[in-house]
Design a protein around this ligand. Structure first.
Ligand SMILES: [Zn+2]
Length: 92
């Protein structure tokens, strides 16, 4: 496994990961600027640590859209959750 290291673009904090798993939540943004922007064809990306992300969204006039994530780790838990509702217990 390669060690991946992210650096917060805002404060310069290093966000280290072990075995490719990042232990802290980070905000990774990639923006592909399109034809009608002045940055036509450029792909911009940056990383923010959680505290810088909080600082930045505080400056927004409108709050970010927040919704509850209902399917955690779908890839690893997909199979086991599928097998749970097969015995017809709800039918009387
Ligand atoms: Zn930061």
């Amino acid at each position: 496994m390669q060690k991946k290291e992210l650096i917060c673009n805002s404060c310069g904090k290093r966000i280290v990961s072990e075995s490719g798993i990042i232990r802290e939540n980070v905000c990774e943004v990639t923006q592909e600027w399109g034809y009608f922007s002045s940055k036509d064809g450029e792909v911009h990306s940056f990383t923010l640590c959680e505290s810088c992300y909080d600082e930045i969204i505080k400056k927004f006039k409108l709050p970010v859209t927040i919704r509850e994530k209902t399917e955690w780790m779908t890839e690893s838990y997909h199979v086991s959750s599928l097998t749970m509702e097969t015995d017809g217990a709800w039918e009387e």
